[in-house]
Design a protein around this ligand. Structure first.
Ligand SMILES: NC(=O)c1ccc[n+]([C@@H]2O[C@H](COP(=O)([O-])OP(=O)(O)OC[C@H]3O[C@@H](n4cnc5c(N)ncnc54)[C@H](OP(=O)(O)O)[C@@H]3O)[C@@H](O)[C@H]2O)c1
Length: 173
């Protein structure tokens, strides 16, 4: 138990099939949490990660849920609670980046970035906090780009990451 500070806790990591989200999911599981991880296009990677976690003695389930799809996000929260019985930690990790000069940035790309990087975070958080009790945690994976944008074309991505950074659900009862 000393090495598993999150024993008995349940975590949901959005975009947990690859990259940073996969590393977060693994660490949460290593620390004792049962983990649900979402993905969109990589069922194999998501299932493999869930198997790796399970083989290491942890508990994990992969759930297909596009963060741009409100119902899918709500269902992912519900499936997490149905599978593991509770929800203590939400990691808002899923995020996409589209780069283009502002005068060429399409509204479709703008709407998609906002849907995944901002609205998906709001919906997941809104749904998750309804299940969280004392000590619940909502973790936002932002980006340094919300403060500094070293590459041309990153301004809309930075905008969405700035919104995520400024979203403080814990300040709203
Ligand atoms: N990499 C960096 O240098 C960096 C730096 C600062 C911040 N970040 C932020 O950290 C987070 C993770 O970045 P990363 O580099 O690890 O990303 P990544 O390697 O591209 O992995 C993205 C993860 O999000 C999932 N995903 C993509 N679109 C999704 C959607 N619409 N709904 C649900 N899940 C979706 C992917 O699932 P599939 O496998 O199914 O596609 C994958 O699991 C992002 O929020 C990113 O903005 C990254």
């Amino acid at each position: 138990m000393m090495n598993q500070p999150l024993a008995g806790k349940v975590a949901l990591v959005t975009g947990g099939s690859r990259g940073i989200g996969a590393a977060i999911a693994q660490r949460l599981a290593q620390d004792g949490a049962a983990v649900a991880l979402t993905y969109t296009r990589s069922p194999q990677k998501a299932d493999e990660l869930a198997q790796v976690i399970t083989a290491a003695g942890g508990r994990a389930v992969a759930i297909q849920a596009d963060s741009a799809n409100v119902e899918a996000v709500r269902n992912a929260v519900a499936e997490t609670v149905n599978t593991w019985g509770r929800l203590d930690i939400l990691v808002n990790n899923a995020g996409i980046a589209t780069l283009a000069p502002i005068d060429q940035f399409s509204l479709e790309d703008f709407d998609q970035l906002v849907a995944v990087n901002v609205r998906g975070v709001f919906v997941a958080t809104q749904e998750a906090v309804r299940h969280m009790g004392e000590g619940g945690r909502v973790i936002m994976i932002g980006s340094i780009n919300s403060d500094f944008t070293p590459l041309a074309g990153l301004s809309v991505y930075a905008l969405t990451k700035g919104a995520r950074r400024q979203f403080h659900p814990w300040s709203c009862p």
